[in-house]
Ligand binder design. Structure first.
Ligand code: UTP
Length: 473
């Protein structure tokens, strides 16, 4: 069968409706695009998620849902025997080169409204460093501390891959070795209209959108990145999102708990700041851990208190995980076995009208299909969840204004710097919410956690004056 016949047989012949009017180059480009579409996979997604003739995953029986257990954060990690043991295990594994860092940066960042890959967004309070630079410095500082190469996987999408790579080149990889950064592109899925027909974005181009952060599992396998990690002797992957400059990328405690528990996927939880905070919830259902999204958990569950007066479902998921490479290969590889499910999202998708003119819809006109990485959790053996301190782990830049915006993120970075200085015995004038009145910035190259900061600050012979614009590197 020709490609055209295959698409017609699948009821998708509409993608050829302007084909005869295209020049040869455009015809070939469209055919090349169509070759990437898995029509069988699309057919089942249409049945499950668009026409609903095949049952999608059964709904959650909330009466059987309980909060997932987690390792609570002790008052002093370093002197808690269990946490200290985990740290030692984690540090040994880092030193022996078993860990890679991994950022998913293939999203479109529409809420922020920034016209470039989100990793280029400048967020730091004094030096206006980009998100990518901050992550690179965290990794570089860990490489120096542990005397080992820590490769960094960067997942991009077809939309932002070239601009992302160019940014790293222009900035000389922020001091990292070129060989330490491994880019790969995530997969694409065709977007469809309400009748399940693939949308034409232009006369000779179908609408394809990134397959969600969960696409990283198969993206890592298909691109050869997983194989490359294997060659380098790496079996643990520290997963984080591009929008969170506070993330503690190389965390020996977290890695140690992961290894000690024989876990295939571990997650960090942060207690929710308030009942209806828009984060997922770590839950247990039928003996399996899972994340239930804020949009899926009924309000009464989100607000319910336990006997200590704390939110019962307070374990918020902030998209920080450790994945075993072998687990990624099992779920993302071409073999049989469980795969991540797809979800539908109704979106505004640029398209052509009946005459082939390009239009930008004002309301959602199409459906895109995405996978979520946290759906891997119920498939993981021995998953472990540990608590993290929000101020040292999580402050994402999601929106242009309001919550989770550049302003809240800058304040959280300043608060962290002030807290660390106070822990080292310095006096930093702050407002009641802990935000310093001056701009401060600590480069991860100076220290990337409080313990290291305090030791390094105390050892400084000539301590700089704590004043507006203080920058430590
Ligand atoms: P978000 O859910 O915040 O989505 O992604 P987004 O596309 O970046 O932003 P909005 O919703 O359009 O404003 C969370 C993380 O997952 C990555 C993002 O880059 C971010 O690090 N992601 C998301 C991918 O890598 N690929 C995707 O297909 C979707």
């Amino acid at each position: 069968m020709t490609i055209r016949e295959k698409f017609e047989a699948a009821g998708q012949g509409g993608v050829f409706r302007f084909f005869d009017s295209l020049d040869d180059g455009a015809k070939n480009a469209l055919l090349g695009q169509l070759e990437q579409v898995d029509l069988d996979e699309l057919g089942s997604l249409l049945k499950e998620l668009v026409f609903k003739t095949a049952p999608a995953e059964a709904g959650i029986d909330f009466s059987k849902l309980s909060p997932a257990p987690f390792k609570p954060l002790p008052a002093d990690k370093a002197s808690d025997p269990e946490w200290a043991e985990a740290k030692k295990i984690g540090e040994d594994a880092i030193r022996s080169g078993r860990l890679a860092a991994f950022v998913v940066a293939g999203g479109q960042g529409t809420r922020l409204g920034f016209n470039a890959p989100k990793g280029l967004y400048k967020v730091s309070p004094v030096k206006q460093k980009s998100l990518f630079q901050i992550f690179a410095e965290k990794i570089l500082s860990a490489q120096r501390k542990y005397g080992v190469s820590i490769p960094w996987l960067v997942m991009t999408s077809h939309i932002n891959d070239a601009a992302t790579r160019a940014f790293f080149e222009e900035n000389a990889f922020f001091g990292l070795g070129k060989n330490d950064v491994i880019f790969f592109k995530q997969g694409l899925m065709p977007a469809v209209d309400a009748n399940g027909k693939i949308i034409l974005e232009q006369k000779g181009k179908i609408a394809m959108t990134p397959d969600g952060h969960g696409g990283c599992l198969r993206g890592m396998c298909r691109s050869g990145a997983a194989e490359e990690l294997k060659k380098r002797g790496i079996d643990c992957i520290s997963y984080f999102q591009v929008d969170n400059p506070l993330v503690n990328i190389i965390d020996p405690y977290f890695l140690g708990f992961h290894i000690k528990s024989g876990s295939e996927m571990s997650s960090k939880m942060i207690p929710k700041a308030y009942a209806l905070e828009k984060v997922g919830h770590f839950c247990e259902l039928g003996g399996k851990m899972r994340v239930v999204e804020y949009s899926d958990l009924p309000k009464e569950y989100q607000e319910r208190l336990d006997k200590n007066g704390q939110l019962e479902f307070r374990a918020g998921s902030v998209a920080i995980h450790i994945l075993d490479r072998a687990f990624v290969e099992r779920l993302g590889g071409s073999g049989d076995g469980a795969k991540l499910p797809f979800h539908r999202a109704d979106k505004k998708i640029p398209c052509v009208d009946a005459d082939g003119n390009q239009t930008k819809p004002e309301k959602p006109n199409g459906i895109k299909f995405e996978m979520f990485v946290f759906d891997a959790l119920p498939m993981a053996k021995n998953p472990v969840i540990i608590e993290g301190a929000r101020g040292d782990e999580f402050s994402p830049v999601k929106n242009a204004e309001g919550v989770d915006s550049p302003l809240t993120c800058k304040n959280d970075q300043k608060k962290q710097a002030a807290r660390w200085l106070k822990a080292a015995g310095e006096n930093v004038p702050t407002s009641p919410d802990g935000a310093p009145e001056i701009d401060l910035e600590i480069s991860p190259l100076f220290a990337s956690n409080e313990e290291d900061f305090v030791a390094k600050w105390r050892a400084l012979e000539n301590k700089p004056e704590i004043k507006n614009g203080l920058y430590l590197e």
